[in-house]
Design a protein around this ligand. Structure first.
Ligand code: NAP
Ligand code: GLV
Length: 318
């Protein structure tokens, strides 16, 4: 008897092709709620899911045969790791293959905010461009400005590496200081969280969402940033408080924000939608054809290995 696998949503075909060689695959193609997952998961040995799927303790409890949850994402805050560990269920993610694409999106947001691209775009599309003006849409320079990074991991470092092209000194904050060699390589200096807030001209959030990082950026933090600062979050929306961010942008406590992720995703604070000084993207950090294909292959390989009783390539749970 072949083991049973559930793919929870539409993915690059590579995942289905690889898994269907070895397993009986149920390919669901619409977003499932937690209740729908609970009702569905009973027969499955493996689940290939996306970050929009809440793999809660209740979902895991409803899947008595489950051996592995392979997340199609590097972040795994959608999965109850504690419950998975208790059941000795493998949880895997897709690190590395999406690092460069996600760093590109963080930089796209950063550049867009610095040079006020959404306002310029809107002006053109509304037919309001009547010729250049010396004082029209003045943005901010990048060369030599300080790039602050919250969460100096794979993606944070790739964001920093791009800053070299603009001769940007990098400051970073996370729980552990990197080695002197790494700091030298990235032209980066370890600073306290307060210094990161105070000294960053551009602040990029690249940490995972954890109980410690949840709502790390609120009114209190935005008030400490430069009024010219650009805040970029291409990590997880709940790391900042969206209502507080709207207030900070309205009151010009910071200059602008570039977001790929939202506190209550896919819901977006209506205040953000009407603000000119923000660039808003629909969680497309890793959305290139090449990257998403690599993620699908890696997630499927992880699941295949686990269901064959072998160690997956990129496990989150030991
Ligand atoms: P990573 O290599 O594990 O890096 C995460 C970094 O965050 C680590 O260096 C870690 O350092 C730091 N960190 C952890 N807890 C922290 C805390 N309490 N305070 C400050 N820093 C903390 O992960 P990655 O591959 O770079 O991915 C980072 C995140 O990006 C993912 O978790 C995911 O949520 C998000 N992401 C979003 C997209 C998108 O589409 N927008 C795409 C890919 C990833 P310490 O352990 O020293 O603190
Ligand atoms: C995307 O958000 C990821 O975590 O891979």
């Amino acid at each position: 008897m072949k083991k049973q696998v559930l793919i929870t949503n539409r993915l690059p075909e590579a995942a289905y092709q690889l898994l269907s060689k070895h397993f009986h695959v149920t390919y669901n193609k619409t977003q499932l709620t937690e209740a729908q997952l609970v009702a569905k998961v009973k027969p499955f040995h493996g689940i290939l899911c996306t970050l929009a799927d809440p793999i809660s303790a209740q979902v895991l409890a409803a899947a008595p045969l489950l051996e592995c949850v392979a997340n199609f994402a590097v972040g795994f805050n959608n999965i109850d790791l504690k419950a998975a560990k208790e059941r000795k269920i493998w949880v895997t993610n897709t690190p590395d293959v999406l690092t460069e694409a996600t760093a590109d999106i963080a930089w796209a947001l950063l550049l867009s905010c610095a040079r006020r691209l959404p306002e310029g775009e809107k002006m053109i599309r509304r037919g309001q461009f009547k010729g250049g003006g010396a004082l029209m849409l003045l943005g901010q320079d990048l060369v030599g400005k300080t790039l602050g990074i919250y969460g100096f991991g794979r993606i944070g470092k790739a964001v920093a590496r791009r800053g070299k092209g603009w001769d940007m000194p990098v400051i970073y904050h996370q729980r552990h200081r990197e080695s002197a060699k790494v700091e030298k390589h990235y032209n980066a200096r370890y600073v306290s969280f307060e210094t990161l807030l105070k000294n960053s001209d551009y602040l990029s959030v690249n940490s995972p969402l954890t109980p410690e990082t949840k709502l790390r950026f609120t009114s209190r933090e935005f008030a400490k940033m430069k009024p010219t600062a650009v805040f970029v979050n291409a990590a997880r929306g709940a790391i900042h408080c969206e209502a507080d961010l709207v207030r900070a942008l309205k009151n010009r406590q910071i200059a602008s924000a570039g977001l790929d992720v939202y506190e209550f995703e896919p819901k977006i604070d209506s205040g953000l939608l009407s603000l000119p000084n923000c660039t808003l993207l629909p969680h497309i950090g890793s959305a290139t054809i090449g990257t998403r294909t690599q993620m699908a292959v890696l997630a499927a390989q992880n699941l295949e290995l686990a269901l064959r009783g072998r160690r997956p390539k990129t496990p989150v749970t030991p």
